[in-house]
Design a protein around this ligand. Structure first.
Ligand code: PLP
Length: 426
């Protein structure tokens, strides 16, 4: 399989490679189990001595075909689907972190991931330091501890729309002997391929642009295969020393560039589940086939909407990294010259009260706890996801009380703008 073909072709042709007389579209392997003719053949699967399927809690051929497509889109070495984006980030982190370990994460990340790190993983004995991603590398380096095992960040942060300086973060992580994990949900590999800038592991909430139609919750982990676990053996014993639950195999020795994903499948899926259903993987694949067409339209529409909002007197501020003059425009130009994403945030001069009135008057855009969808949708974090906080607490949490998160869809841009105009004026 050529790694050089363009992302557009990979969106369509990647993954499922049918043989003579086999279905052209990836089939849904709606089966929990797989049949073998000898006891020994199945035994070898349990010892990881042979490749194959035995139980869909660990692996399923539909999922693997779709994961292989995303793997090729990202330019990775191995990939797996998970039941959600949350599960993808959870697995990517606990595959290398245990109780007593430490994570450095950008503070501007998705709220769910922030809770995962600072509340739930803390209960498991994994501590996280949240850092301002815009700090110079020397400042960020001060947060490393002997037990730090990875650095985590998002290419374009949801909902802060901070663009990550991936090269700075990769250098920071590598100079301390740990991998950089990047959540690439908002940019998608159509706009940015973090491995090309030094990231080691990429995660996705496939629920967003990859599915694109609000049909399925899902996630994906892709490993570049580039991080040398054996060079930092003492930090990553789970990958570099014998796994007693598989008769003492050593993942890096046996699986090379596939070590990280094989361990996450063999151990974490075995013990925790969290696999994506093959039905959902099939629907995700249908979304991926048009991703390369949808993403540029999202970006084109979002830029028009951002420009329109910026031109209005009643709009106090607009954040969109694709907008010239935005704080992150230069970084966006460097890492994603084709475009950023379809999500914009802005505030009205009337603040929180005006935001509610505006949203209630929208006709085309729907109020929904969702982003990165074909359909334009809108959310007011202060009234929804961060509802429990007062204005002072909101500012502390980095959420402006007036912030409206506007996810621009792929309808006609003029119609979206007209919807905004009538909601502000009529
Ligand atoms: C939505 C989202 C997640 C969580 O994904 P789910 O599929 O909802 O579990 C993680 N990271 C980012 C950047 C997201 O936008």
């Amino acid at each position: 399989m050529s790694k050089k073909r363009s992302i557009e072709t990979t969106c369509i042709q990647g993954g499922w490679q049918p043989g003579n007389g086999e279905p052209r579209q990836v089939p849904i392997y709606q089966s929990t189990t797989f049949k073998y003719s000898t006891s020994e053949a199945m035994g070898k699967l349990f010892d990881l001595e042979a490749e194959g399927y035995f139980y869909t809690r660990l692996q399923n051929p539909t999922n693997d075909a779709v994961a292989a497509k995303i793997c090729e889109m990202e330019g990775g070495a191995a990939a797996m689907l998970t039941s959600s984006g949350q599960a993808a980030n959870f697995f990517a982190i606990i595959n290398i972190c245990s109780a007593g370990d430490h994570v450095i994460s950008s503070a501007t990340i998705y709220g769910g991931t922030s809770n995962l790190l600072t509340v739930t993983l803390k209960r498991f004995g994994i501590e996280t330091t949240l850092v301002d991603p815009d700090l110079p590398e020397e400042e960020l380096a001060k947060e490393f501890r002997p037990n730090t095992k990875c650095v985590f960040a998002e290419t374009i942060a949801n909902p802060a729309l901070v663009v990550l300086d991936i090269e700075k973060f990769a250098h920071l992580a590598h100079s301390h002997g740990v991998p950089l994990i990047v959540d690439n949900t908002f940019a998608t590999p159509v706009n940015c391929r973090p491995f090309e800038w030094g990231a080691d592991i990429v995660t996705h909430s496939t629920t967003k642009y990859m599915d694109g139609h609000g049909m399925t919750v899902g996630g994906c982990i892709v490993d570049s295969g580039n991080f040398d676990w054996d060079a930092h053996k003492e930090k990553f014993p789970g990958l570099t020393t014998p796994d007693e639950s598989y008769h003492g195999i050593i993942y890096t020795q046996r699986f090379g560039k596939g070590a990280f994903i094989t361990k996450a499948t063999a151990q974490l899926m075995r013990d925790l589940g969290c696999i994506q259903s093959p039905q959902n993987a099939f629907l995700l694949n249908a979304g991926l086939e048009s991703l390369h067409l949808r993403v540029p339209r999202h970006c084109e529409n979002a830029l028009k909407v951002a420009e329109y909002l910026s031109s209005r007197e009643d709009v106090a501020w607009v954040k969109y990294p694709g907008l010239p003059g935005d704080k992150y425009h230069d970084l966006a130009q460097k890492y994603m010259p084709k475009g950023t994403c379809g999500v914009i945030s802005f505030g009205l001069k009337g603040g929180r009260a005006a935001a509610s009135v505006f949203m209630d008057k929208l006709k085309l855009a729907s109020i929904a706890t969702h982003v990165a969808d074909a359909k334009t949708c809108v959310l007011h974090p202060a009234s929804h996801t961060h509802r429990q906080l007062n204005d002072e607490q909101l500012v502390e949490a980095g959420v402006d009380p007036s912030m409206i998160r506007f996810s621009v869809g792929i309808e006609n841009a003029d119609d979206i703008i007209e919807d905004i105009r009538q909601a502000l004026e009529d």
